[in-house]
Design a protein around this ligand. Structure first.
Ligand code: COA
Length: 143
């Protein structure tokens, strides 16, 4: 298996984004997934060159001055445990180098994974609007 890493989604089409958001009751469609990838400030994608499918991705939103937030990281189940998640994070940290703050929220089970990448445990506060889990109009479009 050959994995290629991309730093934008310009050449990606929705049909290459299948099987993500595992366990989400109301997941974004591949089209919505593609939109969020393109609208993120930074993205790293893992592409299986044999199938042409995206098999992992990480996104970041940043002010490009002090801070960045990493909202989404996922590797397809069949590709997990091969170092792809770690490599996506390593490459994203490179893209965010020079920033003071790089933050994310995660489940307790993933704390060792992120600690091994140099992050430290903290308390996060989150707000979830489950009626919008599939993605909807952008806040600016609703204003
Ligand atoms: C988290 C995730 C992206 C890791 O991707 P991956 O490609 O399997 O990660 P790697 O192969 O690089 O594994 C890195 C290490 O993290 C560990 N790890 C991965 N997922 C873990 C989990 N859910 N719980 C505990 N440890 C985990 C692995 O055991 C591995 O440890 P090792 O290097 O000592 O063997 C992947 O499990 C995933 O997509 N999970 C579902 C979505 C998710 O939870 N995303 C994170 C949101 S904060």
């Amino acid at each position: 298996m050959t994995i290629q890493f991309l730093t934008n989604a310009e050449t990606i089409q929705a049909h290459q984004l299948q099987g993500f958001f595992v366990g989400w009751p109301n997941p974004p469609s591949p089209e919505t997934h593609l939109r969020l990838l393109r609208q993120s400030d930074e993205v790293v994608l893992a592409l299986d060159q044999e199938t042409g499918q995206v098999v992992g991705f990480v996104t970041a939103l940043t002010d490009r001055v002090l801070s960045a937030h990493i909202p989404l990281l996922e590797v397809l189940p069949a590709y997990q445990g091969r170092g792809i998640g770690r490599e996506l994070m390593r490459r994203m940290f490179q893209r965010l180098q020079g920033l003071y703050m790089v933050d994310l929220a995660c489940d307790p089970a993933l704390v060792p994974f992120y600690e091994s990448l140099g992050m430290q445990r903290a308390t996060a506060m989150i707000l979830r609007r489950y009626e919008h889990q599939a993605g909807s109009v952008t806040p600016s479009a609703r204003a």
